[in-house]
Design a protein around this ligand. Structure first.
Ligand SMILES: Cc1cc2nc3c(=O)[nH]c(=O)nc-3n(C[C@H](O)[C@H](O)[C@H](O)COP(=O)(O)OP(=O)(O)OC[C@H]3O[C@@H](n4cnc5c(N)ncnc54)[C@H](O)[C@@H]3O)c2cc1C
Length: 332
């Protein structure tokens, strides 16, 4: 059996990354969710994928899970689980996890943390950032997504996190999931760390970064916090989003919410236009899903230029200003 930890957003909807993880479970794991060691990958085992939801369970989430092929929803609600607490949530998940099969979550910070706790508590082997399962075992990303590693996990239960964008969410023949509620007890010792306060940031320029079809990236090459005028104008023309490198957020030029990369957002736009970004592996880890990569850089030898589908060698302020001018001219 495969059990997927399902994250929901503040509106109670199943998150995109959880939908990816469920699709992954449905399409890449055997009906018994058995360990990767003795696996022959077969067709989608509809109904054999189970979900765990902690906290309120909306009708929209039940409906979405049914359409994603989840046959059983383990619904875990308890006053002490209302706020996120890694140890308490992980124990609750472990309580409904079978002794054999696969427990998995999407590779979000929360999914990573919970699966690590769950692996320790069950004594199971764990692999993070998995992107595929086949007869040779698991394939996962390492070094920020710039290399891949094959591995097999021993034991009856395996715990996985699925790398973002490892697969595209796909619905299947809808089922009406069975919902199982539990009478949980939460140990005081598991509540040693818990969220005290949540602050929701006002929507800013980063909104839509992960779903934008066009992203303009800006790096140290913009020069200063006042150097974003041309790139922001280009974002506007393309109806896209701004993504920045860590140097830019580290210098306080733009908010962290706009950072792309290993420690920022992972994006998969149709086009990524990297302006004044060198192409460090930690940045590239966030843009490997981009379908077309354009680099604007003064250094023809930079990794970004070498990896780009199209490159313009020159000062980004001049190049982007010229591109903006041309867009305006063509649009009349
Ligand atoms: C644990 C860890 C996690 C990290 N996570 C991330 C992450 O999530 N995202 C991330 O981005 N980085 C991350 N980093 C940092 C990363 O290693 C790089 O330091 C960073 O990506 C470099 O940013 P940059 O390309 O903007 O700056 P630089 O490397 O300094 O590159 C600037 C580029 O701009 C070009 N340039 C300069 N002037 C101009 C101009 N006028 N016109 C055109 N081009 C110009 C230069 O030729 C150069 O290629 C991480 C690092 C560590 C150690």
């Amino acid at each position: 059996m495969t059990v997927v930890f399902v994250e929901t957003d503040p509106a109670g909807e199943v998150t995109l990354t959880s939908a990816e993880a469920i699709t992954f479970a449905r399409s890449q794991l055997l009906p018994d969710g058995g360990a990767a060691t003795s696996r022959e990958v077969s067709g989608p085992p509809s109904g054999s994928t189970e979900g765990v939801v902690i906290g309120p369970l909306s009708d929209a989430a039940v409906d979405a899970l049914g359409r994603l092929g989840v046959g059983v929803i383990h619904h875990l609600e308890h006053p002490e689980l209302a706020e996120y607490s890694a140890a308490a949530w992980a124990q609750a998940i472990v309580d409904v996890t079978p002794e054999s099969g696969t427990l998995l979550a999407s590779g979000t910070p929360r999914g990573m943390e919970l699966m690590a706790h769950a692996a320790v508590r069950t004594g199971a082997r764990m692999a993070a950032n998995v992107i595929a399962v086949d007869e040779e075992g698991l394939l996962r990303q390492v070094h920020g997504g710039t290399a891949f590693e094959r591995l097999r996990l021993d034991g009856d239960l395996q715990v996985l996190t699925i790398a973002g964008h490892a697969c595209t969410p796909k619905e299947t023949t809808p089922t009406i999931p069975e919902i199982i509620a539990y009478d949980l007890t939460v140990a005081e010792a598991d509540l040693a760390t818990r969220v005290q306060r949540t602050e929701v940031e006002a929507a800013d320029d980063a909104s839509g970064l992960t779903s934008a079809r066009a992203v303009v990236g800006a790096g140290r090459g913009v020069g200063s916090e006042n150097g974003f005028a041309e790139v922001l104008e280009l974002v506007d023309h393309l109806g896209g989003a701004l993504g920045v490198s860590r140097v830019v957020t580290g210098l306080g030029w733009r908010p962290h919410a706009e950072q792309v990369g290993q420690t920022g957002s992972r994006i998969s736009p149709d086009v990524y236009i990297a302006c004044g970004i060198s192409g460090a592996i930690q940045h590239m880890a966030g843009i490997e899903g981009a379908k077309t990569l354009v680099a604007i850089n003064t250094d023809a030898e930079s990794t970004m230029v070498q990896r780009a589908d199209y490159a313009i060698i020159g000062d980004l302020h001049e190049v982007v200003a010229a591109v903006n001018e041309e867009i305006v001219r063509r649009r009349g």
